[in-house]
Every structure is written in structure tokens, then in C-alpha cells.
Design a protein around this ligand. Structure first.
Ligand code: SAM
Length: 309
């Protein structure tokens, strides 16, 4: 290590500040659970020093040994040179206040649906009774397992088409003791025949082909299968809208994330009443739909969905 650097960087805060400056200077993209350089530098520094992610600021002025500096700077270098998302470097991502294992088998958890889980899906769920829920396209299992964690009385299914994602979800189920979660392999609803849910939550792939091809290098470490969803990003969402009523109880709700494909969906189905959720940080392309509304517009939805590959 550069001896000048080793002398000048003395404390935990020095390292975090230095990392954040280098990340910004090198034009990194922050789209994977942390949205800024300081938070990523903090996450990498605390991981390399084997310290808790919510370390009290009191320890920020603690001095760091030469060997520890080398560990931290090594991680910074990989983040800058290889552009690997921080969560894949540390093997951990936080979602809905829970620590999930994260690696290249599934997308880094970052859905705003975490906020809905933490507030009990209110006001959308109201006083509806929920017994069974489904997280379709579960990836790392983060949505299914967080729902199961905060609602131990619910029976939660998490389904995905990817064996890799399901293997990671199984490790997360064990890590978070989510015994009320069942993981299933299924191409959308095809493996869930006869199953009915009071609440279906889904964060399917919804990035357009053009956008997927143009994403910054950080996203190339994530499975393409978790991102790409056709020319307008709605290939999977439309099929989910079509088939969800078959798997929802009479008063069931569908919660679905479509991100920036929200505009395309509203343009295709202006007559469908979708409630777009306002999160603390603003609207983020997540809608809530009642089963009854999906049934009402099923003819048009089916026509649009059937036209997709
Ligand atoms: C955007 S990721 C979401 C993962 C996770 N729910 C989250 O919020 O981090 C989408 C997931 O959908 C899965 N997927 C893609 N096509 C699918 C299909 N036809 N049926 C089921 N899952 C699918 C991918 O494997 C990926 O894990």
C-alpha cells in the first residue's frame, strides 16, 4: 500500500470519507440497495473491519491498523475496478431491517416493497384476513422471507423459475428461521395450480430490452433473467395481471412492482384501476390491484398478455 496513504488515513471515518471520494471520482453507479457513495463506503469499511453495520458513530474516530487498512482499501479497489455491487462484495444485503445473504445467484434486494412489508401493507390490506401469501419471482427470497418474519401467522410461498435463485432463497430461509415459508420452482403461476392466496406480492423483471442493454456495468453481475422483460418491460407483468385472479381469494390483493414501466402499463390499460403506492421517497412504480378489478378487465388484459412471447 502507498505509504503516504497509509500514514494519512488513520481512522474509520478517514477510510469511509476516502472511499466515498474515490467512488464519486470514478463515476460508480449506486443502484443496489445503497444510493450514494458514503453509504457504500461505510458498508464496505465496516464489513472489512468485522464491525456491525449500525456501529455507533462514537467508534468513527478509532484508529485502524495497517493490515486493516489494506483489507478496506482492497475492497474499495475491487468496487472501483471491477464495478461489483457492494452487496456481492460483502455477501450481505439489508432488506426490511433484515440481513440477507446476497450473491450473483439472484438480484441484490432493493425493492421499495420493503416499506410496505414493514407497515403491514396498510392502508391497502385494511382489516382483510390474510392466511396465505405468495411472493412470485422471489429471487433471493427477500420479500417472501420478510413477509414471513413480520407475520409469523401467515403461510408464505416464494416462487421463482431459477434454480440458482431458489438455492439462495433456501439459504436465506434458514438464515432467518422463516419456517412458515415454502419455496417452489414455477414459471410464473404454472407450477401453482390449485393454490389460492389472500395476497400476492411480486417484483418481476420489468426492465425494457433497450434499457437492460444500456445498464451500467454493476448490473451485469446480476442475472439477466431478473431484469429483462421485453420491449416495454411488461412481458411478465401482463401475464401476472392475467393469471393472478385464478390464484387470489375473492377479496384478494395483488401488489406488483413495474418500476419505470409504470407509464407503459398505464398507457396500455388506462381503464384498469391501479392504486400507485406513494413511498416515503415518492412514487416508485408499485401498484395495488383488487382481484375484482382484474376480473372486470380480464378480456383486455388477456388479449394484451396473450400477445406476449
Ligand atoms: C426483479 S427480480 C426480483 C427478485 C426479488 N423478489 C427481489 O425483490 O429482490 C425477478 C425475479 O424473477 C425471476 N423470474 C424471471 N422470470 C420468471 C418466470 N417466468 N417465472 C418465475 N420467476 C421468474 C428471476 O429469476 C428473478 O429472481
Amino acid at each position: 500500500m502507498d505509504t503516504e496513504l497509509a500514514t494519512e488515513l488513520q481512522t474509520i471515518v478517514d477510510l469511509i470519507r476516502y472511499g466515498a471520494s474515490r467512488f464519486n471520482a470514478n463515476g460508480l453507479t449506486f443502484g443496489h440497495s445503497y444510493d450514494n457513495a458514503l453509504d457504500e463506503a461505510t458498508q464496505l469499511t465496516l464489513h472489512a473491519l468485522h464491525l456491525p453495520h449500525d456501529l455507533s458513530p462514537v467508534y468513527g474516530q478509532s484508529r485502524v491498523t495497517l493490515a486493516e487498512k489494506e483489507e478496506v482499501l482492497g475492497l474499495f479497489l475491487r468496487r472501483i475496478e471491477e464495478r461489483i455491487p457492494a452487496a456481492y462484495l460483502t455477501g450481505e444485503a439489508w432488506f426490511a431491517g433484515l440481513s440477507f445473504k446476497s450473491d450473483q445467484r439472484a438480484l441484490v434486494p432493493r425493492s421499495p416493497i420493503a416499506e410496505l412489508i414493514e407497515n403491514g401493507f396498510q392502508p391497502w390490506l385494511g382489516d382483510r384476513e390474510v392466511m396465505r401469501t405468495l411472493d412470485l419471482c422471489t429471487g433471493s427470497g427477500c420479500i417472501a422471507i420478510a413477509m414471513a418474519h413480520y407475520n409469523p401467522e401467515w403461510r408464505v410461498d416464494g416462487a421463482d423459475i431459477s434454480d440458482d435463485a431458489l438455492a439462495l432463497a433456501a439459504e436465506n430461509k434458514q438464515r432467518l428461521h422463516a419456517d412458515n415459508t415454502r419455496l417452489l420452482k414455477s414459471d410464473l403461476f404454472s407450477g401453482l395450480q390449485g393454490e389460492h392466496y389472500d395476497l400476492i406480492v411480486t417484483n418481476p423483471p420489468y426492465v425494457t430490452n433497450d434499457e437492460t442493454d444500456a445498464l451500467p456495468k454493476e448490473y451485469s453481475f446480476e442475472p439477466d433473467l431478473g431484469l429483462r422483460a421485453g420491449d416495454d418491460g411488461l412481458d411478465l407483468a401482463l401475464k401476472i395481471l392475467r393469471d393472478a385472479p385464478l390464484h387470489l381469494s375473492q377479496k384478494g390483493l395483488l401488489v406488483c412492482e413495474v418500476g419505470e414501466s409504470e407509464r407503459a402499463l398505464s398507457a396500455l390499460l388506462p381503464e384498469l384501476s391501479l392504486a400507485w403506492v406513494e413511498f416515503k421517497v415518492g412514487q416508485m412504480g408499485v401498484f395495488v390491484a383488487e382481484r375484482a378489478d382484474l376480473v372486470l378487465h380480464s378480456k383486455r388484459i388477456t388479449k394484451l398478455a396473450d400477445a406476449r412471447r
